[in-house]
Design a protein around this ligand. Structure first.
Ligand code: AMP
Length: 395
């Protein structure tokens, strides 16, 4: 892998594709700096080597240029986090920007305006990529969150730097974490796939069957399986049209020797709210007018045992409606089990769905081996696809 350590950045003007698509409040203040902090090691490394940094990012989904999606809102936060003055250009291509890039001194940092102010960015336009490429002498991609997009600044631009294109540290870490689960993971390998719907997770499960030893199915997905096997699901979320797909998946898992674990008991509620009436019910016997919204106490103990016997753990998707406190217990318990397994030497990757939000909300992120920064990009990686942004760095 062409990592930063394989390069010498002294006096290079390094075009770095970062993902600074951060949330803002009503006063246009950054409310979550995770993504800027995540790019800092790469920027610090290049500056310390005597290179200068030209930062490119998208921000929201603008239609043309607009103040609402301008990076002026975040430039001061970037400067604070990088602990250095950051110059700003109110465009990302053109003569003015070229001058600003040319005048950068070693260690200097320049933030370009939103690359998505040009529709050519998402179109993967060659000429636009060429105009961006003119600004630098080397290219680094550190934007895992957009690595699944074949955009100008994430993919096409790499072809202008055949001998000077590199994985940023964040991208390197993400790729290594995925490899640890999908290719080199110590056995037994466990995947925990939760979340709302079977339809959005089917490809991931199928692509993982050759890799994993155990599969825990949790969350709303469970009830499509229960229904397919002849159980009653009441008002629980269910995709009856996928019954055959669900049964087929269980057959495939069996044929490949993968042990599939469903919850044995669940928390059912008489409505979808925090103050609903709740009861514990067997997973396959949910009464009429009741809906299952979390894993039950027996399931939590059972899942804990499966987690503790695993050496490599992937977690994608919560076990219940964790956004409502009443139905968060299954997800919290699972997070704690994974944290304990990790402390005991297992490798754990949390990624590609609301489980990332859950581990952050319940203060468990630090206790996981790796928490992915990319939603869609992680999902596509787990589906076994090679991401265009990553392929472009290798070709
Ligand atoms: P995903 O983005 O696929 O990881 O799905 C996350 C969503 O699944 C969260 O918003 C959860 O509230 C939801 N979810 C988990 N369990 C259930 C359930 N039993 N019924 C309905 N929604 C659920």
């Amino acid at each position: 892998m062409n990592t930063l350590e394989t390069a010498n950045f002294k006096n290079e003007k390094v075009l770095i594709r970062v993902d600074f698509n951060v949330p803002l409040n009503d006063q246009n203040q950054v409310t979550d700096t995770t993504r800027i902090l995540a790019a800092k090691p790469t920027i610090d490394y290049i500056r310390a080597q005597g290179g200068s940094c030209i930062l490119m990012t998208h921000f929201g989904r603008p239609k043309g240029k607009s103040l609402e999606f301008s990076l002026t809102h975040i430039k001061d936060t970037v400067s604070e986090i990088l602990e250095t003055p950051v110059a700003f250009c109110n465009d990302c291509i053109g003569e003015e920007v070229e001058k600003a890039a040319a005048s950068l001194v070693p260690g200097g940092v320049l933030l370009l305006e939103n690359v998505r102010f040009y529709e050519e960015e998402t179109q993967g336009d060659f000429e636009f990529a060429k105009a961006l490429a003119k600004l630098g002498t080397a290219y680094v991609n550190d934007a895992f969150g957009t690595a699944h997009r074949a955009h100008a600044s994430t993919t096409v631009i790499a072809s202008f730097f055949p001998n000077k294109k590199y994985f940023g540290k964040l991208l390197e870490n993400e790729v290594q974490a995925i490899d640890k689960v999908m290719q080199t993971g110590e056995k037994p390998v466990l995947a925990i796939i939760g979340g709302a719907k079977v339809s959005s997770k089917i490809t991931i499960i199928e692509s993982m069957l050759d890799t994993i030893d155990d599969l825990i199915i949790g969350g709303g997905m469970v009830y499509t399986f229960v229904h397919a096997q002849g159980g009653t699901v009441g008002e629980s979320i269910c995709e009856p049209e996928l019954a055959d797909v669900a049964l087929n998946l269980l057959e495939k898992a069996k044929a490949k020797g993968v042990k599939v674990h469903l919850p044995s008991d669940v928390i059912i509620a008489d409505n979808f709210s925090n103050d609903a009436q709740t009861k514990i019910a067997p997973v396959a016997a949910i009464p009429d007018k009741w809906m299952a919204l979390d894993a039950g106490p027996d399931s939590r103990i059972y899942f804990d045992q499966i987690v503790k016997q695993s050496k490599t753990i992937l977690w994608n998707g919560p076990l219940g409606v964790f956004e409502l406190e009443t139905f968060a217990k299954g997800t919290i318990a699972l997070g704690q089990s994974i944290a304990e397994a990790t402390a005991g030497g297992a490798f754990s990757l949390v990624g590609g769905g609301d489980s990332v939000a859950a581990v952050k909300q319940f203060d468990l992120a630090d206790q996981m081996s790796y928490v992915s920064t990319g939603g869609g990009a992680m999902l596509e990686s787990l589906e076994g696809k090679e991401l265009p942004g990553i392929k472009a760095l290798k070709d």
